[in-house]
Design a protein around this ligand. Structure first.
Ligand code: NAD
Length: 436
């Protein structure tokens, strides 16, 4: 029999049902320094977490359920709540095995701790994962409604220790369904009091990162530069528009969808924009001779195959997890003398835009705009410049530096609520939330 970790989400759901388990958790007991599962039969997963050297990092808690309708496997990953309850989006994605499912949630929630801490947000790090298993029809709107309403119920059941948002595979309608069952969701539609689409602020954040890197490199600006962009989607479009406005000499961009290219050409076509349609898997844009390369499509595109062939001075883009293997590929870029601006530093505006929704909406909100300023100590420009400086002075690749700084800031506890997430988790365990 396959181990629990080798099982597909579908097989794992069958296993849970045979054992009459609908909700369950894994919680880190700091006093005993071990992961405690809610059910004995799940001990092999707790053992896997304890043995893992790569993605598990004393995550405070992971909370699961299978939905009553449609049997969807859903989880909220809580990495660290020193700075506040765990915040981050929910990914709706297919997974081959439970190990893949767990690793994605562990890695992404830890990434959110770092992103939020470096942004100076008073939120901890968390991530949601919902498996797109074979029994689900992702195009069926009624099914999506049921699945995400039940995800909202999970958020309420875990008492707000994790606060969800939109991510890859989820859309504003899904979030509205979640919100109908819980207050612990952000990124809700503007009609319900939410913050709306973050793509334009995200693009502005990427530009601030580019400007800091260019100033650091040679004291210059965007003006007169050649910029290559992979992906002309929600972030790529405003990015191209704003770079042209800032006097870029040439933009070379590509996408795998003609309609997205057409949309960009319509909104900001220019003789300084060169665009092309590429096949999925065609990464030739990465090897374009340019001043700045901006990955704005998918992750893991910087790896031992591509890094030696890059023809850029700076990499700075919105795509999440650009480095296939964080520290290894950061080392390789550094060795080549390419300035890498960590993605989790410059693409923060997605979470900045929605994280504080419950504090009310102000057009041109100063608490958001300061992230795009030059002087504020946590602004994208300021932190990018500082990280590149430390990196050069200490001979340390910049993602290493960014992680080091983020991990220090992630230890700071919320000035009002302290480390309340741990108290919520303790109450969940004591009250056996999974039996409700
Ligand atoms: P999107 O889906 O709107 O755009 C991505 C674009 O890339 C699409 O047009 C797609 O067709 C294209 N694409 C996919 N694979 C490609 C390939 N191999 N070559 C060329 N083009 C390809 O997504 P988005 O909202 O623009 O986000 C872009 C990236 O930035 C994603 O990795 C996302 O996770 C990240 N990000 C976005 C935000 C945000 O506010 N939207 C915030 C943080 C991070």
């Amino acid at each position: 029999m396959a181990t629990l970790l080798q099982m597909s989400p579908e097989a794992f759901i069958r296993f849970l049902k045979q054992n009459k388990i609908r909700r369950f958790h894994f919680v880190f007991n700091f006093a005993e320094n071990k992961v405690i599962p809610s059910h004995k039969v799940l001990q092999p997963i707790a053992d896997f977490l304890m043995a893992d050297q790569r993605d598990f990092d004393k995550h405070e808690g992971i909370f699961f359920q299978i939905t009553n309708k449609h049997d969807a496997l859903q989880a909220g990953f809580v990495h660290k709540t020193n700075r506040g309850n765990a915040a981050g989006g929910t990914r709706f994605w297919p997974y081959r095995s439970m190990e893949d499912f767990l690793r994605d949630g562990l890695r992404l929630s830890k990434g959110m701790t770092r992103k939020n801490a470096l942004a100076g947000l008073w939120w901890g790090g968390g991530k949601g994962v919902v498996a797109q298993s074979e029994n689900l029809d992702i195009h069926n709107q009624e099914q999506r409604r049921d699945i995400f309403k039940e995800y909202g119920e999970l958020m309420s059941a875990i008492r707000g220790v994790y606060i969800t948002a939109e991510d890859v595979g989820t859309n504003p309608q899904d979030i509205a369904h979640i919100f109908s069952e819980t207050r612990f969701s952000t990124c809700i539609p503007p009609a319900l009091g939410g913050s709306g689409n973050p793509s334009e602020p995200t693009a502005t954040g990427v530009i601030r990162g580019m400007e800091a890197a260019l100033r650091f490199m040679d004291g210059g600006t965007i003006e007169g530069r050649t910029i290559a962009i992979q992906g002309m989607g929600h972030v790529g479009e405003p990015l191209i528009r704003m770079l042209l406005e800032k006097g870029a000499k040439k933009i070379i961009a590509c996408d795998i969808k003609q309609e997205n290219i057409d949309f960009v050409l319509k909104s900001c076509g220019s003789d300084r924009l060169e665009s092309s349609l590429v096949e999925i898997g065609d990464n030739s844009i990465l090897f374009t001779e340019c001043d700045v390369l901006a990955p704005c499509a998918t992750g893991a595109i910087l790896n031992p195959d591509t890094i030696p062939r890059l023809n850029t001075k700076i990499v700075c883009g919105a795509a999440n997890n650009q480095l296939e293997d964080g520290l290894r590929d950061d080392d390789a870029l550094f060795a080549r003398g390419i300035l890498y601006v960590p993605d989790f530093l410059v693409n923060r505006m997605g979470i900045v835009n929605c994280a504080n929704e419950q504090y009310g909406y102000i057009p041109n909100d100063p608490y958001k705009l300061r992230h795009l300023e030059t002087e504020w100590e946590h602004s994208i420009f300021h932190v990018t410049f500082k990280i590149l400086q430390i990196s050069r002075e200490q001979g340390e690749p910049p993602a290493h530096t960014a992680i080091r700084l983020a991990d220090v800031q992630a230890e700071h506890v919320h000035p009002i609520f302290g480390h309340r997430g741990l108290d919520i988790i303790k109450s969940l365990v004591e009250d056996k939330w999974f039996e409700e």
